[in-house]
Design a protein around this ligand. Structure first.
Ligand code: HEM
Length: 406
C-alpha cells in the first residue's frame, strides 16, 4: 500500500479525495489503516488533483490545529491550496480572525443557544408530525436536512417562504454526484444563487433599518472589524460559510447517529429507557462518527509530527483520526455509552474550534429526544444498499431510509 518517500520521510499512499459510493463507515476503517503507517502520511496526486499530507492521529491533528503561525487557515480544503473564495471566519488567520470571532461568538454561547431551544423543538416536532403514520421514511430528505435548515434560517432571520428554495440549494450543492452533476456546474450555479440572495438581504437591510430584527445578519450590519465597519462583501462571505458549516454537518451527524441506533437496538433502548443519558450518548457518538476533515497550509518549511514539510504543502485534518485513535480510546470502534471521559476533536481545536458546537449539540439532543418519544422502534430499510461519500472535507451517508415499526 505504501512506499517510503525519502524527501518527506513519510509513507506515500493512494487516497481518493472525492471518493463516493463506499460502504457505510468504511472511511473510518481506511483512516485506522493509515494511522498504522505513522502520524502523518502523504497522499499522492490523484485524478489530476494536487497531493497533500494527512494527519492521522490526535497528536498530529492537535499540533496543526493549535499553531496558526506555522499552519495557516488560508485554505481549509486540502485539494484547493490557493482558493479564490474567502469563507469567513474559517479561512482567516490571527489577528483578524479574532475580531470576527469576537462578534460572532455571542450568537452561539450556551446561554444564547438555550433561547433558541423552544423554536428548535417546535420545528423538530413539526417535521416528526409530517412523518407520523408512514411505514418508511427517507430520514435524510424528510428530517436530517430540513431540520438544521430551519434552525439556520431562523438564526439568520431569513423569511420562511424561502425554505423550499434553501432546500433545493442545499441539495444541489451538497449532494452533487457524478450522475446528477458530473462537472459540478449545477452546484456552482447554486452557490452563486445563494451568494446573490445573501447579498440582496444584506443590501436591503442596510438600506432599510425597519427590515432589521434580533437576528445575526441584522446585528452584523453594526459590527466593527479592527475599528472599521464590516464590509457587505465580507458579511456575504460570512453568511455563505455559516450556510456550509451549519447545515450539512448537522445533517451528516444525524444520519450517522440514526444509522447506528437503527442497527444497534441495545444502544437505542438505553436512550428510550433513560433519556437523561442523551447528552453523554451524543458525545460518544460525536467521538465515534466525526464527519469533518478540514485542512491547513504550511506557512514555511518546518517539522511536523517528526517529518520535514515544505511551505505551501496542504495538510488534511480528518477529525475521525482523533475520534478513532486507539492511543486515546480503548476499543475506539465500539460505541460505548458508559465511556467516562470523551475528549474528541470532532469540533476541531484551537482558535477555529467550531463556534456552533453548542447549537449543534442542542439540535442533536432535541432530535434524539423528540424522535424516540414518537418512533422508538425503527430499523434500516435496505442495510446493504446504504453508501457513504468518503474522501475529504465532509464525509457522510448518502441516503438513509428507515422502516418505522407501528
Ligand atoms: C455536528 C455538527 C458540526 C460539526 C461536526 C462541526 C465541525 C466543525 C469543525 C471541525 C470546525 C473547525 C474547522 C477548522 O478548524 O478549520 C468548525 C468550525 C466552525 N463551525 Fe462547525 N460543526 C458543526 C456544526 C456547526 C453549526 C451548527 C454551526 C453554526 C451555524 C457551525 C459553525 C462553525 C463556524 C462559524 C466555524 C468556524 C469557526 C472559526 O473559524 O473560528 N458549525 N466546525
Amino acid at each position: 500500500m505504501s512506499v517510503e518517500n525519502t524527501q518527506a520521510k513519510c509513507p506515500v499512499v493512494e487516497f481518493d479525495y472525492l471518493q463516493g459510493g463506499c460502504p457505510v463507515n468504511s472511511g473510518f476503517e481506511r483512516m485506522t489503516e493509515l494511522a498504522k503507517l505513522g502520524p502523518v502520511v502523504e497522499a499522492e496526486s490523484h485524478h489530476g488533483l494536487p497531493g497533500f499530507l494527512i494527519a492521522t492521529n490526535t497528536e498530529s491533528l492537535t499540533e496543526a490545529f493549535q499553531d496558526p503561525q506555522r499552519f495557516s487557515s488560508h485554505s481549509v480544503i486540502a485539494i484547493e491550496p490557493d482558493p479564490e473564495y474567502l469563507m469567513i471566519p474559517v479561512q482567516l488567520d490571527p489577528p483578524i480572525h479574532s475580531a470576527w470571532r469576537k462578534n460572532l461568538a455571542p450568537f452561539f454561547t450556551p446561554a444564547r443557544v438555550r433561547e433558541y431551544e423552544e423554536g428548535i423543538r417546535a420545528r423538530c416536532i413539526a417535521l416528526i408530525d409530517a412523518i407520523e403514520g408512514k411505514d418508511t421514511v427517507d430520514f435524510t430528505e424528510e428530517f436530517a436536512v430540513p431540520f438544521p435548515n430551519y434552525v439556520f434560517m431562523e438564526i439568520l432571520g431569513l423569511p420562511e417562504e424561502k425554505f423550499d428554495q434553501f432546500m433545493v440549494w442545499e441539495n444541489t450543492i451538497m449532494h452533487a454526484t457524478t450522475e446528477n452533476d458530473p462537472d459540478r456546474s449545477r452546484a456552482r450555479q447554486a452557490m452563486v444563487e445563494v451568494a446573490t440572495y445573501f447579498g440582496e438581504v444584506i443590501a436591503s437591510r442596510r438600506a432599510d433599518p425597519s427590515l432589521r430584527s434580533n437576528d445575526l445578519i441584522s446585528a452584523a450590519l453594526e459590527w466593527a472589524i479592527d475599528g472599521e465597519p464590516a464590509k457587505d462583501e465580507d458579511l456575504q462571505n460570512l453568511c455563505m460559510f455559516l450556510f456550509i458549516a451549519g447545515l450539512d454537518t448537522v445533517a451528516a451527524q444525524l444520519a450517522a447517529i440514526f444509522h447506528h441506533l437503527a442497527s444497534h437496538p441495545e444502544n437505542r433502548s438505553r436512550i428510550i429507557d433513560d433519556p437523561e443519558i442523551i447528552p453523554h450518548a451524543i458525545e460518544e457518538m460525536l467521538r465515534a462518527f466525526p464527519n469533518v476533515a478540514t485542512a491547513r497550509k504550511v506557512v514555511a518549511d518546518t517539522e511536523f509530527a517528526g517529518i520535514q514539510v515544505k511551505a505551501g504543502q496542504m495538510i488534511l485534518l480528518p477529525t475521525s483520526a482523533a475520534g478513532r485513535d486507539p492511543n486515546v480510546f480503548d476499543n475506539p470502534d465500539v460505541v460505548d455509552f458508559d465511556r467516562d471521559v470523551i475528549r474528541h476533536l470532532t469540533f476541531g481545536a484551537g482558535a477555529h474550534r467550531c463556534v456552533g458546537s453548542h447549537l449543534a449539540r442542542l439540535e442533536l439532543k432535541v432530535a434524539l429526544e423528540e424522535w424516540h418519544k414518537r418512533f422508538p422502534q425503527y430499523s434500516l430499510e435496505e442495510p446493504d444498499a446504504i453508501t457513504e461519500h468518503g474522501g475529504g472535507a465532509q464525509t457522510g451517508i448518502d441516503k438513509l431510509r428507515l422502516t418505522l415499526a407501528k
